[in-house]
Design a protein. Structure first.
Ligand code: MLT
Length: 410
């Protein structure tokens, strides 16, 4: 008899964005003449920058020539890309990262999900609440969550750290001891940030508690405030306690191309049951080589072009375009009388719903009355109830139209 991994039975409903897609598909089928504007999932709409496209074309041609053809590449990624990452993403910020601490992959979602493989099942996991659902779901799948309590909307073994307007979206240290701490900054979904001093406290906390910080920096390209770190490694001591996830998706429009990377410093250790230190970089390398055969050469050449002078310029234009959209959303919603957060160092605008309105009810109302899709806050966790997320990743025209429609809603 083939037995299943019963942890999967602990998962709630379907994946958040799959539920939204299903609801939108149903609505569109029933209302074929409505022009639905999607500001739900954080998916980019600007075409791939020209410098990146040129590099892809060139690499594609190489693959068709006998003398240039390449088969399997290194699982960890080509050095030409890892060197560019080291020099541009870290050296420029005063951070020394070796290329063998960088692992190229096909997405930060996969990396965030796969990383749980290298940690023991009885580690205590802490997530901020609301949170990007992948951190939680993958720990449910791997058996760290315990049972779900439908009354609280929480899993019994997960430590939830609320980040709401009540604490200015600054996570407080958990009362009980935790081992794995997920932090995402600039934050998805709230669009808020931590400054260096605030992040330093978490690094110190992790050091004191021999915990690890799983730091998702997928939205770092949207930072404009000086005091907001782009990488956790800008904080002294972070290399001993943190893994960082980065993505080309939101930075350079790679949601359809797929390329990301993870940084695991060699100073970073985990422990065996007996308390012996083990380098996490080694464990991850072993896992990566076994389960992954590398990102395609063409895609890695495309990612390399992100760091060329032209590439940097074109990418900046796209980021500014999305940031401008976020500004339009923020300003428009404020004019309509809503309280909003985020949207400055982030493509996400986090909207506080008027008292008593539930996130999913607002989702339905917005879809029905304004034909606009957003993401219900509660989909990111119980502390997201009463909030709603809109993204700046749409086109400018659609963003403006969506805001006008929301303003005119009764
Ligand atoms: C989001 O909308 O939260 C993200 O785009 C989802 C993702 O990156 O997987």
């Amino acid at each position: 008899m083939i037995k299943i991994n019963e942890n999967f039975l602990e998962l709630q409903d379907s994946y958040l964005f799959a539920t939204i897609s299903r609801k939108v598909a149903e609505f569109t089928k029933e209302n074929p003449n409505c022009k639905v504007i999607k500001l739900g999932i954080g998916d980019v709409t600007r075409p791939i920058p020209e410098a990146v496209l040129d590099a892809m074309h060139k690499a594609t041609d190489e693959m068709g020539r006998k003398e240039d053809f390449r088969g399997y590449g290194p699982e960890q990624g080509y050095d030409f890309l890892r060197e560019k990452i080291r020099d541009n993403d870290f050296k420029t910020r005063g951070v020394d990262i070796d290329i063998d601490e960088i692992f190229i992959s096909d997405g930060a979602k996969c990396d965030c999900g796969n990383i749980v493989d290298i940690f023991a099942q009885d580690n205590k996991v802490a997530i901020t609440d609301p949170v990007y659902p992948v951190y939680l779901d993958t720990n449910v799948m791997s058996g760290r969550s315990g049972k779900y309590d439908s009354k609280t909307g929480k899993y019994e073994n997960i430590v939830y750290i609320p980040v709401t307007s009540e604490n200015d979206f600054v996570p407080e240290f958990p009362k009980e001891k935790v081992d794995m701490i997920y932090l995402c900054y600039p934050n998805n979904p709230t669009g808020t940030t931590l400054n260096k001093e605030q992040l330093k406290k978490w690094v110190d906390y992790a050091k004191e508690n021999k915990a690890i910080i799983l730091f998702d920096a997928a939205y770092e390209a949207f930072i404009s405030d000086e005091d907001v770190p782009h990488s956790i490694y800008e904080i002294e001591g972070a290399k001993e306690v943190a893994i960082e996830f980065r993505s080309f998706s939101k930075t350079a429009g790679f949601t359809g191309l797929r390329c990301a990377f993870i940084v695991i410093p060699k100073e970073l250790n985990g422990y065996t049951e007996k308390g012996e230190k083990v380098q996490l970089n080694k464990l991850w390398n072993r896992r990566h080589c076994t389960k992954f055969n590398g990102v395609s050469y063409v895609t890695q050449r495309a990612a390399e072009a992100v760091y060329s002078e032209e590439g940097k310029k074109q990418i900046k234009e796209n980021i500014n375009y999305y940031k401008e959209n976020a500004k339009i959303i923020k300003k428009g919603l404020e004019e309509a009388g809503y309280t909003v957060y985020g949207g400055t160092n982030s493509p996400y605008v986090w909207l506080k719903l008027p008292d008593g309105i539930k996130s999913w009810d607002f989702f339905d109302k917005l879809l029905k009355e304004a034909n606009v899709v957003g993401t219900p806050g509660v989909g990111f966790g119980p502390s997201g109830e009463g909030y709603f997320r809109l993204t700046g990743f749409g086109t400018k025209e659609n963003t403006e139209e969506a805001i006008e429609r929301i303003k005119n809603m009764k």
